[in-house]
Design a protein around this ligand. Structure first.
Ligand SMILES: [Fe+2]
Length: 301
């Protein structure tokens, strides 16, 4: 029997929602606007209960595999204020409630928590590409949202050596949502992340690196970190990501979205399902073991 070095719990995108208010920036403000107030309240209550139940269910099932040596989250822990990150007191409280729930269930196990879109803010600009507006498109990454995420979640990028592997996490928001118009502080952080990935990949040996990130579609394979990944595929054992919420949705993306299809051709890519899946379908989590013989096994339920 193979000897395990480390057993890891993987989860993603719980969007753990507490005490939602109509005035908060949500994916569904237009829906809230056209519904009567009583129906909006009911809907928000349903949403809060739904995400909380889904996460409790995930923690219960994960418990069957415990104890873990490490917990990895691939982002979108709460809705935050959605497109602006966790910049309000209510969203900070919401994150703290989420943190309390998983610490109670999993114990104070070491964690790598990757930053997701809702954790520091995002701007997809879908309307510019497709003509269809999703959300308010008024958000984005700011120095304030980044400071909140650093304080609450942890570092945006880093590396942890486990057995013979290097687990490297990065923030895909810093890649897509920081540009020439962003604050200098954010551009410096973006450059630091790129330099960090360059150094890691330069020093790594074949098959040594496992990347953890939120949204692979934020990565352009022809520049910056994307280019570094593309020219160092031999050093990358796997990429684990969140964002797509369910394996069935990731499969659809592979077929219909060329940038993701190209990304998946470079190395083994695994989506960590959300606790409530996509549209309620395909919910799940992962349990991964790193063995002494340098292999990784990923079980998804
Ligand atoms: Fe998500």
């Amino acid at each position: 029997m193979k000897k395990s070095v480390c057993k890891i719990a993987l989860f993603s995108d719980p969007h753990f929602s507490v005490d939602s208010k109509e005035r908060e920036e949500k994916w569904f403000p237009p829906l809230c606007n056209i519904m009567p107030k009583w129906m909006t309240r009911k809907f928000l209550k349903f949403w809060d209960d739904f995400t909380q139940r889904a996460f409790a269910n995930l923690l219960m099932h994960l418990g069957a595999f415990a104890p873990f040596d490490l917990v990895i989250g691939c982002g979108d822990y709460t809705p935050g204020t959605n497109e602006r990150g966790m910049i309000t007191n209510e969203s900070v409280q919401q994150y703290k409630t989420f943190e309390k729930v998983y610490n109670t269930a999993l114990g104070h196990v070491p964690k790598i928590l990757v930053w997701g879109d809702h954790d520091i803010g995002y701007k997809f600009d879908v309307s510019a590409k497709t003509g269809v507006k999703i959300g308010t498109e008024a958000g984005g990454v700011t120095t304030y949202s980044v400071a909140r995420a650093e304080e609450l979640i942890g570092e945006p990028f880093g590396v942890l050596d486990i057995g013979f592997k290097k687990f490297v996490w990065i923030s895909t928001n810093l890649i897509r949502n920081v540009g020439i118009n962003s604050d200098k502080e954010l551009r410096v952080l973006q450059k630091m992340q790129e330099d960090f990935v360059e150094r890691i990949l330069h020093e790594a040996i074949d098959g040594e690196v496992v990347f953890l990130l939120h949204d692979p579609t934020a990565i352009n394979l022809y520049e910056g970190i994307g280019l570094l990944l593309r020219v160092n595929t031999n050093k990358i054992e796997a990429v684990l990501h969140g964002h797509m919420h369910a394996r069935w949705f990731a499969k659809l993306m592979r077929v219909f979205y060329k940038p993701y299809r190209q990304f998946c051709k470079l190395f083994p890519v695994y989506v960590i399902p959300a606790s409530w899946g996509m549209l309620g379908i395909g919910k799940g989590f992962g349990v991964m073991e790193v063995f002494f013989d340098e292999t990784i096994e990923l079980h998804r339920l």
